[in-house]
Design a protein. Structure first.
Length: 114
């Protein structure tokens, strides 16, 4: 089992930046697939940015060039740097890990005002 704890969400204005953090309860060095999803009311949870099993990164088209995913295995953490935020980036952001099963964090709210 893997427990995930996110932090870093908040209320910002359009154009500003936020950095989300996710700490895992086990070594992320042993986890190949991890990343970030987001969800808004009435819509399905959608991929934002992930690391794949080969170490490659995958971004939603809507965030390419603005968001950057990174990881620090020494800290058992994955991060999402979000720049040039837009109101449509508003949502609950979830940390995700696949390690012999799918695990989600509790989510952190990001609200971008226009």
């Amino acid at each position: 089992q893997v427990r995930l704890v996110e932090s870093g969400g908040g209320l910002v204005q359009a154009g500003e930046s936020l950095r989300l953090s996710c700490v895992a309860s086990r070594s992320t060095g042993s986890i190949n697939a991890m990343g970030w999803y987001r969800q808004v009311p009435g819509k399905q949870r959608e991929l934002v940015a992930t690391f794949g099993s080969s170490g490659s990164t995958n971004y939603a088209d809507s965030v390419k060039g603005r968001f950057t995913i990174s990881r620090d295995n020494a800290q058992n953490s994955v991060y999402l740097q979000m720049n040039s935020l837009k109101p449509e980036d508003t949502g609950v952001y979830y940390c995700w890990v696949y390690y012999w099963g799918t695990y989600w964090g509790q989510g952190t709210q990001v609200t971008v005002s226009s």
